[in-house]
Design a protein around this ligand. Structure first.
Ligand SMILES: [Zn+2]
Ligand SMILES: [Zn+2]
Length: 187
């Protein structure tokens, strides 16, 4: 009789252990699925709405050479580097990068060409700008342009005065390059 009760109790206990173990495993497994891994990166914070993203082609964004997440505001007059507000070093209306601000301050620069362009003949300025850019890209010769304006009352228009400067040691060579393209350098 006692043996029989003990046997039933033991069986019941064993069943309880098995069932408890099953539920413990189930809870553990469930928690594992719900809990995110600890090294999961944080969700990106949305700063732009979908409309803004769609209306703004990503390819047109150009960033500062020093700050790769800040859009550029201007370029260096000498090397054409894209610069953000923080990296622009203005001298009057001329913008320099830090390298060329130092070059501007430390070296001797000479005026070699004065161009007057009007809204009627902007081509001359475009040719000179292209020549300046190719001299930098191909030979690393620095040139900067000072821009001024002249009001022509008689003909009711505003002319643009472009003053081209380069370093003293490049002066004669640069004058010849511009002469070859039919410009008349300063004497
Ligand atoms: Zn520069
Ligand atoms: Zn910058």
């Amino acid at each position: 009789m006692i043996d029989n009760i003990l046997y039933t109790l033991l069986t019941f206990l064993l069943l309880l252990i098995v069932v408890s173990f099953y539920f413990l495993l189930k809870i553990k497994f469930k928690n594992k699925i719900i809990e995110p891994p600890l090294d999961l990166p944080p969700l990106p914070i949305e700063t732009e709405t979908n409309d803004e993203i769609l209306n703004e082609p990503i390819s047109t964004k150009t960033f500062c050479i020093n700050h790769h997440d800040v859009e550029y505001e201007s370029t260096c007059q000498v090397c054409y580097a894209h610069l953000c507000h923080q990296c622009i070093h203005p001298v009057g209306s001329i913008h320099f990068c830090s390298t060329h601000l130092n070059l501007f301050r430390q070296e001797k620069w000479d005026l070699f060409l004065v161009l007057k362009t009007s809204p009627n003949n902007p081509e001359l300025g475009v040719i000179a700008f292209d020549l300046k850019k190719s001299l930098w890209e191909n030979q690393q010769i620095p040139i900067y342009i000072e821009t001024g304006y002249e009001i022509n009352v008689d003909q009711d228009r505003v002319d643009t005065i472009l003053k081209f400067h380069t370093l003293e040691n490049h002066l004669e060579y640069i004058k010849n390059v511009f002469r070859e393209k039919d410009f008349v350098p300063t004497p």
